[in-house]
Design a protein around this ligand. Structure first.
Ligand code: NDP
Length: 299
């Protein structure tokens, strides 16, 4: 039935968060409290929402949650010195700079100034390099692909030998790290992009399809190999249409209703990859706190 084909990220995210919370309680008995510092520059409304929910989740896990809200006109050098002081602060184990940053700030320079040991977003070259060389457990892996990978593991296990995976999108935040995770799990990986020739045919090769594009309902049901696992990373807001009386709503990159018929398993939007992303941020922060204290990383 169609219901059993839907892979809820909410349930898996809850189980990740429960584990993080338990582990954090155990650390508390050793006098250790994971600390997550979130830095936001300017008043972008979507960023405000993300930052608030990250702070709330961190507190719910038992972390120290620190928020630095800086004015839109903050200079790059002031931001860099804040990062420097967070790098030196022993109560802070994870540092996250909410993107996008205002145009006058070089986002890459800021990200590369974060200590790789506190880079819980996994965007520092050191962590990108570790993931790229297959040292996955040593790296901080970007939260969205890491969360997507956990969902894939739930369905197909850890060894994807012999399976074809197609990742649509090649961003540094989602597509590329996703492809590296799939490679590390022994899948045969294809990365598609905007100019890929005959994308539907490429997509149909995938036993696993990860859509990370940002185009509402782009992936059609006849692009999907029957029985494939479809992970929909896209989050797209469709505006309200008063003509047909529809409200504004969130949809993924996959035409979910129809794809459900072809796919073996598919993640919904919302409630799929979204909740996994924030859960993995908490798991990464816990990992950073353990490493900083010379403790083994929780798996
Ligand atoms: P980017 O815009 O950085 O990258 C999009 C990628 O999609 C690019 O590589 C682009 O190709 C490719 N692309 C664009 N149009 C097409 C097309 N017609 N056919 C094939 N490929 C195409 O986006 P992100 O990777 O940052 O995010 C992707 C989506 O995931 C967005 O909807 C975003 O909102 C969502 N997202 C969700 C998260 C979550 O927590 N669930 C977290 C992060 C992102 P090219 O390189 O050729 O330009």
């Amino acid at each position: 039935d169609t219901f059993s084909k839907i892979l809820s990220g909410k349930a898996v995210a809850e189980s990740v968060l429960d584990r993080v919370t338990d582990e954090t309680r155990r650390l508390a008995s050793q006098g250790i409290k994971p600390g997550l510092a979130v830095v936001i520059v300017g008043r972008d409304p979507a960023s405000q929402v993300y930052v608030a929910s990250k702070g709330k989740k961190a507190e719910a896990c038992g972390f120290l949650s620190i928020k630095h809200e800086l004015a839109e006109q903050t200079s790059e050098s002031d931001l860099l010195s804040l990062i420097g002081s967070l790098n030196d602060d022993p109560t802070v184990h994870g540092i996250l700079v909410q993107l996008p940053l205002p145009k006058h700030i070089d986002a890459d320079k800021v990200i590369q100034s974060i200590s790789p040991n506190k880079d819980v977003d996994g965007f520092h070259y050191v962590n990108v390099g570790k993931l790229g060389t297959g040292a996955v457990t040593e790296a901080f892996v970007p939260c969205t692909p890491a969360g997507s990978m956990l969902l894939i593991e739930r369905v197909l296990g850890r060894d994807l030998s012999g399976l074809d995976a197609v990742v649509i999108g090649r961003s540094n935040i989602v597509g590329k790290p996703m492809a590296n995770l799939l490679l590390a799990a022994n899948a045969t990986v294809t990365i598609a992009r905007s100019k890929t020739k005959d994308l539907p045919a490429v997509c149909r090769r995938g036993d696993i399809v990860v859509a990370a594009v940002g185009r509402p309902l782009m992936v059609k049901s006849d692009w999907i190999k029957p029985g494939a696992l479809v992970i929909d990373v896209g989050i797209n807001r469709i505006p309200a249409d008063p003509e047909i009386g529809s409200k504004s709503r969130l949809v993924g990159d996959v035409d979910f209703e129809l794809a459900l018929k072809t796919a073996g398993t598919i993640t919904p939007v919302p409630g799929g990859v979204g909740p996994m992303t924030i859960a993995l941020l908490m798991a990464n922060t816990l990992k950073a706190a353990c490493t900083a204290n010379g403790l083994p990383r929780p798996t």
